[in-house]
Design a protein around this ligand. Sequence first.
Ligand SMILES: [Zn+2]
Length: 149
Amino acid sequence: MRCVLAFLIGIVVHGILDITPHQYPFRTRIDILISTLFFIVSIMLIRPKFIPLFGAAFLGSILPDLVNLGPQIFNQFFETSFPVLKFKIFPWHRAEYSGSIYDNSRTELSYTFHIMLVFLSSALILLGRNVLRIQKKIAKCPTNRCSKR
Ligand SMILES: [Zn+2]
């Protein structure tokens, strides 16, 4: 159940971030490379029991791009001819709802949102208990009797 929820939250957060005005500081290839590296490093940093939850959230957060933009990007990179949907299933990829900015008119706003996202994500990761392998495990102890161990 938690994985399904994480998957759905990943889709919703993707939509919110795509609707928010933003520019792309990196080219698509670099963007995909950095995202893949973040994913691999994240898998290495989190405790194994959270990997399915993390995987579900990650899959949910990339699904809209995979469905709406995946074949087009794949065709562009590998000169293939996979069929491309003529409509966008996820509405935030349609021109009228997308926050994508391609004319560099709001660079500062875009960078502000990117920095806010990095800080928010970092705070959530650091505030999470027992999520990272490097964090000390917090023992489950309903009483104070076991705290002297
Ligand atoms: Zn998207």
